[in-house]
Design a protein around this ligand. Structure first.
Ligand code: GDP
Ligand code: MG
Length: 737
């Protein structure tokens, strides 16, 4: 085969969670995958191109989810096993594997390396977090270790890019020499069991498996290898069971044999390799911090307090930047209005539709950035893993476990990555429940809705500190509803099952890298702006059109006639239409015309038709339109209200500020004509509706993918109904006061 046609060499990165695989991957490929100081951040494999330092040859590098062992349980760990055995990559095992090892947990990390060695893939070991070893006085003789293991061992500091050239060189060489890591010499009984397993599989099914795969079948109660072999026509279970029984008769407990035997093999290899100097102080600081942060009572208090400060800062820090954006939006509207004065329709599209709609949304960028700054900061320090640990205790009663925490926390940014992150949960039932309640976590798309309503109705009355508290509280509403809901699901699905225990390693505390925190903030900000430029922009035009058309000339003329006969009380009937209006009368007339057009627009008619459903929650037809328009994506309500009030602005022509406009809005018909539409109960009712309703097409699609379409449709109906009931209840109760 010619050089050009040969497929690129493949190299996989495997290792325990949180050892720096993704950091290394990013450094080597120049890509930016998300790095986090807790497990569960990488749940799928990612590939990139790595250029070898000496030959310049390009190889394909694969970043895998972290796993402690190849006896994988959860979906994300299985990805790692499948790739290593060649079944995740169209039948081709990687040409080489780089095992990323955390120097601080050498022994346990090498367990995985030793399991992987049985698959016969050439190996290089990266001793990552070398800086931590130096700081803690941990001395590791990497040369001796390399000698004993029979594979290159290269110290690296992935986050500072040091050691990566050496790693590249070692890999380049290893691609030629194909070094395999030393394997344990199994006792006779294990060898016999493996051999009989192999023979039986070849005989009955014609399958010839590698040693490593046979070991998975023998040692693991459940394995990715077994599930892969499984087909409706052929079950391998009797063969596997026979081999395991044989092993048991020979004096080895199959579930425990592997770790005992492997550690017995690894321990002597590590003699003299590892030396710890008497520099234990650093470690105890981290431990004493944990005594506080993991405390049943104080830990929770600190957690809640910390979240409180975060949400307070969202209101108090972002103000000036928001004012600035509002100023720019107003200024742009002024310019566009002037430039397009000759073409009223285009003027309305650009000024009221596009700039008004997208601008109303973009105003919230500073607050989003502040929130993500804090979240990134907490993640990077290693605190989030502590929070997961704390939450485990709070979660158990409702069928969730500590591993549900990271997915749920992620859902506070967006339910989509949150639902994907449930792949780390090895307990299927806990995973199902976590997926179903994840959409209730307050995602960042709800944030603009809360910011708008709290900013318009709570902040002016009660001040910024109550506003911050309200925002904080809104973020817990979903979680408060999620808990009993999870309990109900827990009670009704698959009752008698014992939950799996929760095991999570606490990463050491790390000083956050400012660069990573800012990068995370930048990425979430970019996502927000891109949404403004794409989804929101497109929806803005559609919604503007539905609110602008139809537009018969006669409405303007009729309204004008009526208006003039009203102010002249019929006296000037002969000269109607020619009467000259003063400036304020003209403005009022324009507003009346705008309101008429809006009401009879397609969207206006539709809103009025549906409004009775939302009347018990206190919504007028305009809010109803906003709520309906935001079913594909929650944020759309902001631009929709922006356009509605820009088009039919009866109150305050000069105000481009949506918050002021909302607080001035009045009922235009019905028994409450003239009363303000928005009051605190209405604002709360809208917020509750948005907190609970499943208004997100993308989330529904992900649920359908991770579970199935029925669960997706079911959760849509259930949450929408729940949201409506809660919104009505909040409004009705609120109106009693
Ligand atoms: P993964 O779970 O193995 O993909 O690990 P990540 O790449 O997400 O990194 C986990 C954490 O370790 C992050 O906070 C990184 O900044 C940090 N980290 C990665 N490499 C190093 C290193 O060489 N030294 C130190 N001190 N920290 C590192
Ligand atoms: Mg990772």
């Amino acid at each position: 085969m010619s050089e050009a046609l040969r497929p690129p060499l493949r190299i996989a990165l495997i290792g325990n969670p949180n050892t720096g695989k993704t950091s290394l991957f990013n450094t080597l490929t120049g890509l930016r995958q998300r790095v986090g100081n807790y497990s569960g951040v990488t749940v799928e494999k990612k590939t990139g191109i790595w250029q070898m330092p000496q030959s310049g040859q390009e190889v394909e590098l694969i970043d895998l989810p972290g796993t402690y062992s190849l006896s994988a349980n959860s979906l994300d760990e299985r990805v790692a096993v499948d790739v290593m055995t060649g079944h995740g990559l169209a039948g081709r095992a990687p040409d080489l594997v780089v095992v990323v090892v955390d120097v601080e947990n050498l022994r346990r990390n090498l367990f995985l390396a030793s399991q992987a060695s049985e698959l016969g893939v050439p190996m290089v070991i990266a001793l990552n977090c070398w800086d931590v070893a130096e700081k803690k006085g941990l001395q590791i003789d990497s040369k001796l270790l390399a000698q004993r293991l029979g594979v290159p061992v290269v110290p690296t500091v992935a986050k500072r890019k040091s050691g990566t050239i050496d790693l590249g060189k070692a890999v380049e060489q290893a691609l030629h020499t194909k070094p395999l890591m030393a394997r344990p010499q199994w006792p006779k009984a294990v060898q016999t069991a493996l051999k009989s397993l192999r023979d039986a599989l070849v005989e009955t099914h014609g399958e010839s498996l590698r040693d490593g795969e046979l070991q998975r079948l023998l040692f693991d109660r459940n394995s990715a290898v077994r599930d892969r072999l499984q087909s409706p026509s052929a079950t391998h279970d009797p063969i596997i069971r026979a081999a395991r029984e044989q092993l048991y008769k020979d004096g080895f407990q199959p579930d425990a044999a592997e770790s005992t035997l492997r550690y017995r093999f690894l321990n002597p290899l590590l003699n003299d390799v590892l030396e710890r100097q008497a520099l234990m102080k650093k470690r105890s600081t981290s431990e004493s911090i944990d005594q506080l942060l993991l405390h049943k009572f104080w830990g929770l208090l600190v957690f809640v307090g910390m979240m409180y400060v975060v949400f307070q800062s969202v209101y108090s820090w972002a103000g000036p930047a928001m004012d600035l954006i509002e100023g720019v939006v107003g200024w742009l509207q002024g310019i566009a209005a002037g430039a397009l004065v000759g073409t009223p329709m285009l003027q309305s599209l650009v000024v009221d539709g596009i700039i008004g709609g997208v601008g109303a949304f973009l105003v919230f960028l500073p607050q989003i950035l502040v929130l993500f700054f804090f979240i990134a900061l907490l993640e990077a320090t290693g605190y989030m893993a502590r929070a997961a640990f704390l939450m485990d205790k709070c979660f158990q009663w409702c069928g969730l476990n500590g591993k549900s925490f990271v997915p749920l926390l992620t859902s506070f940014a967006c339910a989509i990555p949150g639902i994907m992150a449930t792949r780390t949960i090895n307990d299927n039932k806990a995973r199902l429940i976590t997926i179903l309640v994840a959409p209730l976590m307050s995602c960042s798309a709800r944030l603009p809705v809360y910011l708008l309503l709290i900013g318009a109705f709570i902040e002016p009355v009660y001040g910024p500190s109550v506003a911050g508290t309200a925002l904080f509280a809104m973020h817990f509403v979903g979680a408060l509803v999620a808990a009993p809901l999870a309990w109900l699901l827990h009670r009704s699905i698959d009752k008698g099952r014992a939950p799996m225990p929760f095991v999570m390693e606490l990463p050491r505390y790390r000083v956050p890298q400012l660069k990573l925190v800012l990068l995370r903030m930048y990425e979430s900000g970019k996502e927000f702006v891109v949404r403004a430029g794409t989804v929101i922009f497109a929806m803005t035009i559609v919604i503007w059109a539905l609110l602008y058309f139809p537009r018969p000339e006669s409405i303007a003329a009729d309204t004008r006639t009526q208006f003039i006969s009203q102010i002249t009380e019929g006296r000037l009937s002969s000269q109607e239409g020619k009467a000259s209006l003063d400036e304020s009368q003209q403005a009022e007339l324009d507003a009346q015309i705008a309101a008429r057009y809006l009401e009879q627009s397609y969207m206006g008619r539709f809103g009025k038709m549906v409004q009775p459903i939302f009347a018990p929650a206190g919504y007028d037809w305009k809010i109803t339109v906003g709520v309906l328009a935001s079913f594909p994506a929650r944020e759309i309500i902001i631009s929709t209200l922006g356009i509605i009030y820009a088009l039919g602005d009866e109150v305050d022509e000069n105000s481009s500020d949506l918050r002021t406009t909302l607080s001035n809005a009045k009922w235009d018909a019905g028994p409450r004509q003239g009363e303000p539409v928005f009051n605190i109960p209405v604002a709360l009712s809208i917020m509750i509706f948005f907190a609970l309703c499943m208004q997100c097409g993308a989330t529904l699609a992900v649920i359908a993918k991770e579970l199935n379409g029925w669960w997706s449709a079911g959760s849509f109906c259930a949450l929408t109904l729940l949201a409506w009931v809660a919104a009505v209840a909040v409004y009705q109760i609120g109106m009693l006061f």
